[in-house]
Design a protein around this ligand. Structure first.
Ligand code: GLU
Length: 427
């Protein structure tokens, strides 16, 4: 990780640029460029070997003008409060751009689940909830999965919360297991949402999806379902890169004739790590992880972490690339944005492109409130409508004002949040 890079500074820089354009007053800027509330706390747990260990947990609630704070909980060994602040802020814009009645939040724990038993992970989840129990709730702040957390973690968290409060509250958390308050389609939602926006984008730039090829960074839950749908629509994925826990570096796996997503999934662990030995046996070329970016493809899908396309590697993007659709939060820095703009590569910005996960979280809460659950097709059809209309609104503004797609998405999102703050009489 690049220690000089600070995602929160980047989120503020992106915001400031659009705040200038919108001519926002000082108080509004001050309110929106900082989180409303943040929590930092210790989570002491008993390890399996009988020793005690203290983990650090965080939650940031950036804004709740449009509704309860909403956003994931990350488990990552290099987690920082500034990453969580940035993502909490991006969550505010994400919910606003797809027009769902939710605010923005994010949380995390500094830990590496690769090195923790299931029981230790359960203790961390329950400890996180005990520290946050008074400040969460279906009408207050609603967590969800994010990097290295999943439905099982969400269920342990929900269970602890329900024990503390003495009643069932399924709307407390989203991304729950199906059958226990989870929504069908939630697993696919982030990846499918990404491909719905890419499909719309390709129409606008005059490309047929079944004649395109792509390279993905990451093979976690976002990328896996994105690869699956993209492939189903006729797209060819040539390269997928991911982190290798054993070798402590990343590799890119390439098959020029196109990868088989099901086959690759079978040799991938639950954290999105591909088994290198098995990949070689299956005929994949193994390249340096950074090489996902210079592949000769039409579309790049960064679906891993923040700060992955930056000033030092943006020039490596192959001349053939016509579109970047961002599955990760904050993968591209503002300096790299300038080059992407100059090169006329069509960019679908993160908080629009990856809003499928939170849109489905919203559908999950709606189903929890009704206590009536939809079929998967119904969920995914609703998701398609949501993502397509959000994409079209951003595209229309970008065309009308001759704006970069990221800036147009920011204008729509910030305007919605500012208006809600004003109408509530806050600023
Ligand atoms: N972690 C996901 C995101 O960054 C989902 C958040 C949610 O569903 O609340 O969009």
């Amino acid at each position: 990780m690049n220690m000089a890079f600070n995602p929160f500074e980047m989120a503020k820089e992106q915001f400031d640029k659009v705040a200038d354009y919108l001519n926002l007053d000082e108080a509004t800027r001050d309110f929106l460029r900082n989180p409303e509330k943040e929590y930092s706390f210790a989570i002491p747990i008993k390890m399996d070997d009988g020793t005690a260990k203290v983990f650090r947990g965080f939650r940031v609630q950036h804004n709740n003008a449009l509704g309860p704070a909403k956003g994931g909980i990350r488990f990552h060994p290099e987690e920082t409060i500034d990453t969580i602040r940035a993502i909490a802020m991006w969550m505010t814009w994400k919910c606003a751009v797809v027009d769902i009645p939710l605010g923005g939040g994010n949380g995390g724990v500094i830990c590496d689940p690769h090195n923790l038993s299931m029981r230790e992970q359960e203790s961390i989840c329950r400890g996180w909830i005990r520290q946050m129990a008074k400040n969460l709730g279906p009408l207050q702040d609603v967590p969800a999965p994010d990097i290295m957390t999943n439905a099982q973690h969400m269920l342990w968290m929900l269970d602890e919360f329900e024990k503390i409060h003495g009643k069932k509250q399924p709307g407390l958390i989203t991304g729950k297991p199906v059958g226990l308050g989870g929504s069908l389609g939630r697993n696919e939602a982030a990846g499918y949402g990404l491909i719905f926006t890419a499909r719309e984008g390709l129409k606008k730039i005059g490309l047929r999806i079944n004649e395109t090829s792509a390279s993905f960074q990451g093979f976690g839950y976002v990328a896996q379902s994105a690869v699956q749908l993209y492939n189903l629509l006729g797209g060819k994925v040539i390269c997928v890169s991911c982190w290798d826990q054993k070798d402590n570096c990343s590799y890119a796996y390439r098959k020029k004739e196109g990868i088989d997503p099901k086959q690759l999934q079978k040799i991938t662990d639950k954290f999105g790590g591909v088994n290198k030995t098995k990949a070689v046996e299956l005929g994949y070329e193994v390249l340096n992880g950074d090489e996902w970016i210079d592949q000769e493809v039409d579309i790049l899908f960064p679906c891993a972490l923040e700060n992955q396309i930056h000033i030092n590697n943006v020039s490596q993007i192959n001349p053939r690339v016509k579109m970047i659709a961002e599955g990760a939060n904050g993968p591209t820095t503002p300096e790299a944005d300038n080059i992407i703009k100059e090169r006329n590569i069509f960019l679908i910005p993160d908080f629009l492109a990856n809003a499928g996960g939170v849109s489905c979280s919203y559908f999950e809460q709606v189903q929890n409130n009704m206590n009536f659950y939809w079929e998967k097709e119904e969920v995914l059809a609703k998701l398609d409508v949501k993502m397509t209309s959000a994409f079209n609104a951003v595209y229309k503004l970008a065309q009308k004002k001759n704006m970069f797609m990221r800036d147009a998405a920011y204008v729509i999102a910030i305007n919605r949040v500012v208006q809600a703050c004003r109408e509530r009489g806050w600023i």
